[in-house]
Design a protein. Structure first.
Length: 344
């Protein structure tokens, strides 16, 4: 029978641990998202007088069927009139929500990840090192999540390679997507119980314009009114642009985005290449598939699994490997299920 094998809470740094399995009231739920969010464990405990009171900052350890599923800290405790504690705990990814101001030298995303984790004071490991060299930049008052997201987006735009972050029993890891290629089939007569497919072009673009703004004469002043939204003098401002367009304009209509360039040294060829790189990323449907399946510990967010659903094959989505971008476990001993979001 499926069951929780370890569920312990302890004060931070204290070796004494309380076994909370006997006072667990509801089904624990674990959500892990590769989209720059902390892993989240939610659960309810029955209050036991003169015994134990959970506190913010406490350490939480949870295992299911003997497999370590979560290590983190309590960030929210609610207490209701029926004497039940409702608890939200996050893994160590939560500390990447810390804000900072950093002048970044040119370097790779994995190098910057290491610096961020050291500053946040959390254990880390680079599983797959990135090689694309990002330009120097200033990040002022941003979260580490926002900083690394920008770096990984820029890396993907330039190279087509995708990387993500995931907590592994308290150690935050930097790795390539997918982290593991599984042969497990999720589909007809294999784990799957329900699914929903969405295809959207709401955030797509098939025309990309790269714009570099400069002054006609740095020393020149005029009486022309300035644009209140940008602070620029229209009479003394020039715009250099390069564009790239895709074949979907005739199918979807013109969907244009503008990318501003702050590098005065970027030449026309580099601007044109940047437009093409962004177009490659944006000129496509965003297709997502949500699956409900029987639970297994053999799949994790960031892994890939094999999708095989006849109804999807009927609309052109045949059997294939898909990356799991989000996974939520509902740890009910009588009906353990998981919700998966996959990219296709």
């Amino acid at each position: 029978m499926d069951k929780a094998t370890t569920f312990q809470i302890s004060r931070r740094g204290n070796p004494e641990r309380w076994n909370v399995l006997p006072i667990l009231k509801t089904t624990p739920q674990l959500e892990v998202d590769t989209g720059f969010a902390a892993g989240t464990l939610t659960f309810d405990l029955i209050e036991v007088q003169d015994w134990f009171t959970p506190q913010n900052g406490d350490e939480v350890r949870f295992s299911w069927n003997g497999v370590k599923m979560f290590f983190g800290h309590i960030f929210k405790v609610s207490y209701s009139g029926d004497e039940v504690f409702s608890i939200t705990a996050y893994d160590n990814m939560r500390y990447l929500k810390n804000q900072d101001s950093i002048i970044w030298p040119a370097g790779t995303a994995s190098q910057r990840f290491e610096t961020m984790c050291k500053a946040a004071g959390i254990p880390y490991r680079v599983v797959t090192r990135s090689s694309y060299k990002l330009p120097a930049k200033v990040a002022d008052g941003e979260t580490y999540f926002d900083m690394i997201k920008t770096d990984l987006d820029d890396t993907a735009t330039a190279t087509g390679k995708r990387y993500f972050l995931r907590d592994n029993d308290g150690t935050v890891e930097f790795m390539a997507m997918p982290s593991a290629k599984s042969n497990i089939i999720v589909g007809d007569k294999s784990l799957l119980t329900d699914w929903k497919y969405d295809a959207s072009i709401d955030d797509a673009a098939n025309v990309v314009k790269v714009v570099k703004k400069s002054k006609k004469d740095e020393g020149k002043t005029t009486a022309t009114a300035r644009d209140s939204s940008s602070g620029d003098d229209p009479a003394n401002t020039t715009l250099t642009t390069k564009s790239a367009s895709g074949s979907t304009v005739s199918k979807w209509g013109k969907l244009q985005v503008v990318e501003k360039v702050n590098d005065d040294k970027m030449n026309a060829a580099a601007m044109q290449q940047k437009a093409k790189d962004i177009l490659r990323e944006k000129n496509k449907e965003e297709r997502t598939l949500k699956l409900t399946a029987l639970g297994t510990t053999d799949l994790r967010a960031g892994d890939s699994c094999y999708l095989k659903v006849q109804s999807l094959t009927d609309i052109g989505i045949g059997p294939r490997q898909v990356n799991i971008t989000k996974l939520t476990h509902k740890f009910d001993p009588k009906n353990w299920t998981m919700d998966l979001e996959v990219s296709i």
